[in-house]
Design a protein around this ligand. Structure first.
Ligand SMILES: [Zn+2]
Ligand SMILES: [Zn+2]
Length: 380
């Protein structure tokens, strides 16, 4: 007996669109969908339907459990074949817009064994202990946004990428007016060009107005008037930073998956120590913005006992830049241990020891820098 399929569950071929805009090199999938929608005058949800990847409604069955923003993380095989039908774009262009291409390299997706991959939420499969990734909020290059009509890049999801090589400026993680970050999934900023934050609230939670503000009778504010494409930027003049970012970018985004994985494990093992052991003199040749940010983070650490940006997403690019300034020569040294010792005195490392932190990282077992990390932690 042939199983019957309700008409609304039957998968029909996606309708071929007459024209589609090409993605920019390195563009994120959700950004391209928004751009496609803008060309056709469609909202994000309707643009997804037109592209054959409806997330709700009659044709949505193959995509149940997925949200549109999830496809930027893992573009499913079904979505690829539907997008090929609707756009005629080749597979490599489509998959090039998703972080899936970095699986088993710069990223590791961990799927629940009990469910087919297609039905899982890809973001949840980027286990935090193995992956450092800006998830809901990403830093941006305002100049790129300005030039490209608010199309954003896949590489901005990686916290290791801190500058824009085209405009030689540091990426911007927070609105200078309201301190909000850009959240691609919200769709507010691409549609309006405005920051997603709110200003003018007063009361105990003024910095992050919650939905219950209206019940508490606080004076209401309004949307932040700032435009991310016009955010001021900090120039990059530090040549060593430019060189090390080029190397990091080429390794993370490159073809050699082992090299990408090794680099990320090195960075993740070393950076917690670096963040604690860095002194202002290590940043003598750094850009002003990096130094100023480092000093303010240090003040925060002294007062509150933790770095404000350490667990935040997006990770503050200027903070990461300070860490990378110290880490880069160690990671790419022939002899990491003696380079580390020449850069940071043993006393700095002694203060850097934090066994709990070491355990939480859980990377030392298969890490190239294990002897170095052990030495830094003072174990035999
Ligand atoms: Zn740029
Ligand atoms: Zn704002």
């Amino acid at each position: 007996m042939t199983p019957t399929v309700a008409p609304e569950q039957r998968e029909t071929a996606a309708r071929r669109l007459p024209t589609v805009p090409l993605p920019l090199p390195g563009e994120a999938l959700l950004s391209w969908i928004d751009h496609f929608g803008a060309e056709y005058g469609l909202r994000r949800k309707d643009a997804a339907c037109a592209l054959g990847i409806p997330l709700s409604g009659p044709g949505a069955t193959p995509f149940i459990g997925l949200r549109l923003q999830d496809l930027t993380f893992w573009l499913t095989d079904r979505a690829v074949s539907r997008l090929k039908e609707s756009t005629g774009l080749p597979t490599d262009i489509l998959t090039g817009m998703s972080l899936r291409q970095f699986d088993n390299g710069a990223l590791r997706f961990r799927w629940w064994r009990s469910l087919p991959v297609e039905e899982q939420r890809p973001r949840g499969c980027l286990n935090r202990s193995e992956n450092a990734i800006n998830r809901d909020k990403i830093p941006v290059c305002p100049k790129c946004l300005h030039e490209n009509g608010f199309r954003w890049k896949l590489e901005w999801y990686f916290p290791w990428i801190v500058l824009c090589p085209d405009h030689l400026c540091y990426l911007v993680a927070h609105c200078p007016v309201c301190n909000s970050s850009f959240r691609p999934s919200m769709g507010y900023t691409p549609a309006t060009g405005l920051c997603e934050g709110w200003v003018g609230f007063t009361g105990p939670h003024a910095a992050s107005p919650s939905s219950d503000r209206k019940y508490l009778g606080w004076p209401t504010g309004g949307r932040c008037p700032a435009r991310p494409a016009e955010f001021p930027t900090q120039p990059v003049r530090d040549n060593e930073m430019i060189t090390s970012q080029k190397r990091i970018r080429e390794t993370i985004l490159g073809e050699d998956r082992d090299a990408a994985r090794n680099l990320i494990e090195d960075l993740r093992s070393l950076l917690p120590h670096i963040f604690r052991a860095t002194e202002p003199e290590h940043l003598e040749n750094s850009d002003d913005a990096v130094r100023r940010n480092f000093l303010s983070q240090r003040d925060h650490l002294a007062k509150k006992g933790y770095y404000p940006a350490k667990t935040a997403t997006p990770f503050e690019p200027l903070t990461m830049a300070a860490g990378l300034t110290v880490a880069a020569p160690i990671i790419w040294s022939e002899d990491p241990l003696s380079t580390a010792r020449s850069i940071l005195p043993p006393s700095a490392w002694a203060n850097a020891i934090d066994p709990a932190e070491g355990h939480r990282l859980g990377l030392r077992q298969h890490n190239r820098l294990r002897p170095l990390i052990r030495a830094l932690e003072g174990s035999p």
